[in-house]
Design a binder for this molecule. Sequence first.
Ligand code: HEC
Length: 110
Amino acid sequence: MRDGLHHILGLATAFLLASIGAALADSSEEAREQKLERLVRQDCGSCHGMTFKGGLGPDIRAERMAGFTPSAIAAVILDGVPGTPMPPWRGLLSEEDALWIAEYLRKGGR
Ligand code: HEC
């Protein structure tokens, strides 16, 4: 009787730990994507427009961005455009982040 209970508790603990591990892995990737999405909407949107159709900076909607490769867009994001208000984001964003944003813009969302 006691052994049986221990066995069940052991299984339950193993299952619980496995689910927590999976949830943590998912939530950190999800958290990173939410953080990047917020940055694009707020910070990039402040110059490129709330809907990205342009403002101080040019139109960066999917229809236009589809004409650029993800790495070309990521390079502009990381290094900015010297001599213009487009700032370099290197330091704040990794290359991986910049590529994620490039894909995000090309797709027009996640
Ligand atoms: C302070 C204003 C400002 C902010 C903030 C800003 N941009 Fe820009 N961005 C510009 C301007 C101005 C240009 C045009 C530069 C030029 O004359 O070539 C530009 C150019 C670009 C281009 C090239 C578009 C093209 O048609 O050549 C991309 C892509 C871009 N920005 C993406 C972003 C992203 C993504 C962010 C946020 C991480 C961002 N920008 C934040 C002002 C800004």
